[in-house]
Design a protein around this ligand. Sequence first.
Ligand SMILES: NC(=O)c1ccc[n+]([C@@H]2O[C@H](COP(=O)([O-])OP(=O)(O)OC[C@H]3O[C@@H](n4cnc5c(N)ncnc54)[C@H](O)[C@@H]3O)[C@@H](O)[C@H]2O)c1
Length: 436
Amino acid sequence: MKIAIIGLGFVGLSLTSVLASKGFNVVGIDIDKEKCRSISNGVSPFFEPDLEKTLKKGLKNKLQIESDISVVQNCDLIFVTVGTPQNKTGAIDLSIIKKAMNSLGKSIRKSKKQHTILVKSTVVPGTMKDVILPILENNSKKKAGKDFGLISNPEFLQESTAIRDTEFPHAVVLGGYKTKFMKNVEKFFTKLHPKTPIIITNHQTAEMIKYANNSFLATKISFINQLSNICQKIPGANIDDIAKTIGLDPRIGKLFLNAGPGYGGSCLPKDMKALIKFAKITGVKPTLLNAVEDVNTKQLEEIISIAKKKLGVLESKKITILGTSFKPNTDDIRDSIAIELIKKFLKMKVKVTVHDPRAIENTRNIFKNKINYSKSISDAIVGSQCVIIMTQWEQYEKLTSKDFKQMKKKLIIDCRRMLAQKQLDTDYYAIGIGRE
Ligand SMILES: NC(=O)c1ccc[n+]([C@@H]2O[C@H](COP(=O)([O-])OP(=O)(O)OC[C@H]3O[C@@H](n4cnc5c(N)ncnc54)[C@H](O)[C@@H]3O)[C@@H](O)[C@H]2O)c1
């Protein structure tokens, strides 16, 4: 059996590397030739723990990397993992996946194989039936369900644990008609993940499961952030003890209750927006989803208001941001809250210096020479009037009073409560902790 994966981003390259490292006959395809060159040499275009190690193992097993999609003709299973970003209005932008499906359809037109196409990209309900299926049928001149299989297979991995999540997913969702293609794919996944529940449903439900998943996670984050703001007004109250305790209740669960500057990253913000837009189209008023987004947007204002309260007008003040990636152990800054904060500070003419162990180059690509970049934490802090810890990189846990000695004004805003247990000789504010 030969497997193709179209789109070698976080999802596609993780899947490609894991399957190839396990000995499957895999071809990874990406439209970006430069990316393909780098991946073929065993170098990942982005940072993800364990990815390069797994990729190199895959390459030793004869993993093939191509920029020409026509190689799918020889493949039995074809996974589609291209991006589905948001457009200017916040709605889902299907242009990338439509283009990929056009070329995929044309590529399988003359092939004799009975391919099964699995779409891992996140798409709003109805996309498979109303958009993807007709594009594939028109371009291939073949019939879905008879000549080729079409299955929704949403992905749930998290960046920073993408390899582990790909090897051991919590669930496999297969959406589509109960055809021979579905039966074979079910067999494939049962062998690949013997302990993982497999949910077989229709396309629209599979599509909706992904949005249900992400919007629930966003809701948990906004919930704890709202409570953390209340805690800040109660002298001595601590959001972490509250989160830890409610997380012990199995009905609630402990994950995604880490109060902070708001949710960011390549998935939650865009998927929330897409779901809100989609809900409106269906005629449902997304009251709760709107509130979740609203809390998230206001969380950043909370941080800025602490800085303003302590420093007055922020123009010309030197502020240091520690962490620009949307979470630790990744260099991904897509929709990162730290990036939003820097944009707001630049509008206020703040002099911004940033440090991040992995994401400096990506940050530089956005802000060029509008801000300062620092390789060391100590250089980033010197002469600063305010340090804001945005990302929970473990490096920042080690900071002590000594590190802040050379600040011009010792204001620390710790969005992750990383230094909350330390006796600091600074003016220290932590999101979610009420000052006594
Ligand atoms: N990143 C995550 O954590 C995550 C988790 C779950 C689901 N998802 C979903 O999975 C999908 C992919 O996400 P990602 O973060 O991996 O995206 P990404 O933007 O990092 O990668 C997409 C890749 O597809 C390539 N591509 C675009 N058009 C192509 C074409 N016609 N042919 C071949 N390659 C093409 C791009 O060059 C890019 O390398 C999205 O729908 C996303 O919402 C992402």
